[in-house]
Design a protein around this ligand. Structure first.
Ligand SMILES: [Zn+2]
Length: 426
């Protein structure tokens, strides 16, 4: 597949409303700016794709500036979902495991539905961790040049796995064994244009909640070192304690999933400032959609529920210990649109709503190395802003119930506007 051909196809198919009004003034009854301030009667001035200023107390608005009155709502920074699979598209008919082979351009086109569901949930940035055929790279670039409407993407290309006899549902990863092969594979992924490297350090995924370590510590260390040497970051997946211990001591930038983590691993994560993306809710989505979408065997739900409980216990321990926790939905197929439900779990493990919001704003922004551009509504930051019904600092469901997300701006462009629709609840 020639990337140029894919681009040509998508150019004509994508939403092409790319014109930016030069300057906009957005009024909010209250603005939670992401940097710890709550601004009342806020006016946010947006110039092209960036926030120019934030002021309070209904300041005068310069003549000729487009005014967007959202004073009924609370403004928050655009949310970041740090673990997604945007190319895993569900057509509503086939099961994910029986989906037909798809041309990369078809996959990219269909994935726009997932992109739109993310925006409707208030998610304006994602870190996408495993996609086939460079589809994630193409989507990232299209979003960045304004030719595809979707969340800003940081992508890993295709994930790295060990050789295994049974393939997971498509898309599979690049299969590698041994330090030399891992080094070559990581270099290849980065050379293809990936922002992150994704490595599967254990078994586990879908209805499989096994926790066997796959890559050795030496292989993980080699992957981490070569990734860092090339100026990139790496995310290592581990469903269980052994892979997690190896991933953390190898220096992985983030640890994905993770139940039953040992106290020593948690202590090491605090010391090394390893980001933890527990992805609790994705197994809940599997439970809820087990019969209708995924068609798991009848015993799967019990297994998934048991894993969720251990996942929650580990996340609570990690939070109490001071690990940097980040929101990741692990959204696949029918999980798109439910991206922020993870924050409900974070409140359940003891976070305040404000702390939970940080896991989807400033913390992942820092993880991505974008702390000066993403995760806050402040001068110089990207104009990624969400208007929600209610007060998310008092009640996180103002964010996590998608019907409360009324309006979304990304990079200065309004991408969701439900301000004229009746509200779902008082
Ligand atoms: Zn995942």
């Amino acid at each position: 597949m020639r990337p140029a051909a894919l681009l040509a196809v998508l150019f004509f198919l994508a939403n092409s409303s790319t014109t930016l009004a030069a300057t906009k003034a957005i009024k909010f009854g209250r603005l939670v700016d992401g940097l710890g301030r709550v601004v009342t009667n806020a006016v946010v001035i947006v110039q092209d794709d960036r926030v120019q200023s934030v002021a309070s107390g209904n300041p005068p608005i310069p003549n000729g500036v487009e005014v967007i009155d959202l004073s009924r709502y609370t403004g928050i920074p655009g949310l970041i979902d740090a673990h997604t699979h945007i190319t895993y598209y569900w057509d509503g008919i086939t099961t994910p495991r029986s989906e037909p082979p798809r041309h990369p351009a078809v996959r990219a086109f269909l994935a726009q539905e997932n992109a739109h569901k993310a925006l409707e949930a208030g998610v304006t940035t994602i870190r996408d961790l495993n996609a086939p055929d460079g589809v994630d790279l193409a989507m990232r670039d299209l979003v960045n040049i304004g030719k595809m409407v979707g969340p800003r993407m940081f992508v890993s290309g295709t994930a790295i796995r060990i050789t295994r006899s049974t393939a997971p549902p498509a898309p599979i990863g690049i299969m590698l064994d041994g330090v030399d092969a891992v080094i070559r594979g990581v270099r290849q992924v980065i050379a293809s244009g990936a922002d992150w490297v994704k490595m599967h350090g254990s078994t586990g995924g879908f209805d499989d909640v096994t926790q066997f370590q796959t890559f050795t510590f030496e292989e993980m260390k080699a992957a981490v070192d070569v990734t860092h040497a090339l100026g990139k970051k790496i995310a290592i997946h581990s469903y269980g304690p052994a892979g997690a211990r190896a991933a953390v001591s190898a220096g992985s930038d983030s640890l994905e999933h993770g139940a039953d983590l040992e106290d020593e691993t948690i202590a090491e994560m605090v010391k090394r400032r390893t980001y933890f993306i527990p992805t609790i809710d994705h197994n809940q989505v599997y439970v809820e959609h087990a019969d209708t979408v995924f068609r798991f065997t009848p015993d799967a739900k019990e297994r998934l529920r048991d894993y969720i409980q251990r996942n929650v216990d580990t996340a609570r321990k990690a939070f109490r210990a001071g690990v940097r926790i980040v929101m990741g939905s692990d959204a696949v197929y029918s999980g798109w649109g439910l991206n922020t439900r993870e924050l409900d779990w974070f409140v359940k493990i003891g976070m305040t709503p404000a702390q939970a919001l940080k896991t989807a704003t400033t913390e992942p922004a820092a993880m991505l190395g974008m702390e000066k551009s993403l995760g806050a509504v402040a001068p110089g930051f990207f104009a990624d802003i969400v208007a929600v019904q209610g007060d998310p600092v008092a009640d996180i469901t103002a964010v996590t119930r998608t019907e409360n997300v009324r309006w979304v701006m990304q990079a200065g462009r309004v991408v969701v506007d439900k301000t004229n629709q009746p509200t779902a609840r008082p």
